[in-house]
Write a protein that binds this ligand. Sequence first.
Ligand code: GLU
Length: 316
Amino acid sequence: MLPEHLQQQLEAGAQWRRQGRRGRYAPSPTGRLHLGNLRTALLSWLITRLQGGEWLLRIDDLDTPRNRPGAEASILADLRWLGLHWDGPLIRQSERRGLYSSVLSWLRRSGRLYPCRCSRRLLADISAPHGASPVYPGLCRERGDGWGVQQGRLPSWRLRLPPGLITWPERVAAAGGLDAQSQVGDVVLRRADGFLAYHLATAVDELCLGVADVVRGDDLWSATAPQVAVIRELGGELPDYWHLPLWRDGEGRRLSKREGGVGLASLQEQGLDAPAVVGWMASQLQLVPVGTRISCAELLQAVDLLALRGCLAARA
Ligand code: GLU
């Protein structure tokens, strides 16, 4: 049984799901948003607003060494400048660590986690060469090891995935499904150094905030499986996932926030205003003719969800 306070948080999320469709945009504050990030934000906002839903802004700032000073402020400023206004207070994952930790403790108490002492190097050595994505082979699964310090190190905490296919409702990209054992592997929810994993926090947030639509880049398509596994452990309802094709530069490389991929600043320096930028992004997706000047609010009136989904699916 989940402790009462967790039960209440999950019930609050379920209540939101019954009331309407909430969406969220969840950037990590690792740098200034680039145009690909902003286009994802615009689409997430549109998809939610077209369904009359609330749009939340969540800052995924748990991975503190990657956070950059000033990044959060610039994210808020860029979204406001474009006319993408969120509902309710800004949500920061760093302020919700207590919630994630109680979920983690409950998972551990109920035997869903096991301690893992495999080092990164060991895992790199045994994984397939040439960067094929490593699937944890379950070395520590049956060891029955303790949770304490050994040889000066604490273990990481892994979620034991039940065998079978992990599936999720996918609205844009390829149908959501990965095999737990051969394609996903038992996932780390708490690193040996105490950091709480993004998968844990994200899954708990989707549930407790009652998120119905997760709109994000398709680089996170396979990250969905571990998040779905956590949501399933908590007995929650899955959101619909919209994994969008990434924006690539002229040479086919994906833009990177950390490397300072082209952002709003350069367009603002060229004298473009928000309707010009929104129109340009929307015309790239063939939602409006090239050269259209349009505000976010006007775009909302100009498109419908079916057509939008069709445009996105055609590009996936
Ligand atoms: N914070 C993640 C990122 O900026 C996205 C998380 C998500 O949308 O689930 O890449």
